[in-house]
Design a protein around this ligand. Structure first.
Ligand SMILES: NC(=O)c1ccc[n+]([C@@H]2O[C@H](COP(=O)([O-])OP(=O)(O)OC[C@H]3O[C@@H](n4cnc5c(N)ncnc54)[C@H](O)[C@@H]3O)[C@@H](O)[C@H]2O)c1
Length: 386
């Protein structure tokens, strides 16, 4: 941290990539900045923490200018070298790397070398070897490296683990998990989906699975642990090389749980993830409709009793309690806020591995690679042990 102690008062944050997801993070950082005193209130007076959105960078000048209107920062870096200039800024403590996947590795290695803490959006890289290089750089330079696997900070997914454990005897065995995700193609350059790089394999590396459902697969891994086998069919209806838009996969966890995934990109004005989790005597439904105000809904049905909803407030409060921050206002919205809070807190706590380790990014990457391999050879892939 530029030779300074990690418990400094101000944590200056730079955002590289002022696009879609940057809005979520900038919003979260500004909320964290405004609520810092409450969030880190138990700290010694010498450890007053204040994260600050300090700098913006983008290769596209207009993106920085438009972004800065909503989220002004002290410094703006624009043009081809903007990301590197931001990384080289000695006043910056942490960077959020929010650019297409192709540029993740170089920025991470450079930022680590400069001693910056790193929040890296998913998918971490093009290959698990590249993610290992990032992990090695983290260890060498002793910085926090957190990957944006946001389901680990999404309270309904977090709460699911508690529901499973609390109701183990009552509900009987978990028999099936049926997951589906349909999203309108995120690369049409229309106002809803303004990116085009997601159809270019040199920039995105892959399609719907790496770009979208990596979250859900990782969420299930966070609950059920190691994967045993995968079997999958992967298709490319839109015809963009390497950019899959349909995946049907059967994932079996080492504990015997089976998870079927159906993931698709299409032209339908619909953006919805659904989980149905069946037990011998009960059923859980989780719905996350991307166009709905409600971020996610979770319903439980036991035998023939009426289905009931578990309130988001209950799940949020449980989540913040479990991560050791019971006083965080759970009315503050959303999982990006929660994951950014955990990242900044890892810096505060000098927890180099962070709670959302880069190793998780590597593991889910390898499971997804196994899914593609299964499709290629038409066989079940036995997954290697951790
Ligand atoms: N966690 C999530 O839910 C989530 C959601 C969306 C995107 N993402 C991830 O975030 C990253 C960015 O996605 P997005 O949707 O914001 O994309 P986007 O296209 O909306 O924005 C990317 C921005 O990066 C800029 N950029 C491109 N190359 C650059 C470079 N080399 N240096 C600096 N700036 C550069 C572009 O000009 C653009 O402003 C991707 O890794 C994506 O997978 C995560």
């Amino acid at each position: 941290m530029n030779g300074e102690s990690v418990d400094k008062k101000i944590i200056n944050i730079g955002i590289i990539g002022c696009g879609g997801i940057a809005k979520n993070h900038a919003f979260s950082i500004s909320l964290l900045e405004n609520n810092a005193r409450k969030i880190w209130k138990w700290k010694e007076s010498s450890q007053k923490i204040k994260p600050v959105l300090y700098a913006l960078a983008d290769i596209n000048e207009e993106k920085v200018d438009a972004f800065a209107k909503h989220f002004p920062a002290k410094k703006n870096y624009k043009g081809a070298n903007a990301g590197y200039e931001l990384i080289n800024d000695p006043d910056i403590d942490a960077v959020f790397i929010l650019v297409p996947t192709a540029y993740h590795l170089e920025y991470v290695l450079k930022a680590a070398e400069m001693g910056k803490h790193i929040f890296l959006e998913k998918p971490a890289a093009f290959s698990s070897d590249d993610i290992q290089k990032m992990i090695d750089a983290r260890d060498k330079h002793q910085i926090v490296l957190q990957v944006g696997l946001v389901m680990r900070s999404t309270s309904p997914i977090y709460y699911l683990k508690k529901l499973l454990s609390d109701n183990k005897d009552k509900w009987g065995s978990l028999t099936n998990i049926v997951y589906s995700d349909s999203q309108q193609k995120p690369y049409t350059n229309d106002p809803t989906h303004p990116s085009t790089w997601r159809r270019d394999k040199d920039k995105a590396h892959a399609g719907v699975l790496f770009e979208h459902d990596i979250h859900d697969l990782d969420g299930m891994i966070s609950i059920f642990g190691e994967v045993d086998e995968v079997y999958a069919k992967v298709k490319y209806f839109a015809g963009y090389e390497g950019i899959e838009d349909s995946v049907a996969a059967l994932i079996t966890f080492k504990n015997g749980v089976t998870f079927t995934m159906n993931c698709m990109w299409n032209d339908i004005n619909y953006d919805c993830r659904k989980y149905e989790i069946f037990f011998e005597k009960a059923k859980i439904r989780i719905i996350a409709d991307g166009r709905d105000e409600k971020l996610a809904e979770l319903y439980v049905q036991y035998l023939n009793e009426p289905e009931y909803e578990i309130k988001m407030k209950t799940m949020d409060e449980y989540f913040f309690n479990q991560i050791g921050m019971p006083h965080v206002n759970s009315e503050i919205p959303g999982p990006y806020y929660a994951e950014d809070l955990r990242f900044i807190n890892a810096i505060v706590e000098n927890n180099i591995e962070s709670e959302i380790k880069a190793e998780y990014g590597k593991y889910v990457h390898e499971v997804i690679e196994a899914i593609y391999r299964s499709n290629e050879i038409g066989q079940v892939i036995k997954f290697k042990p951790l």
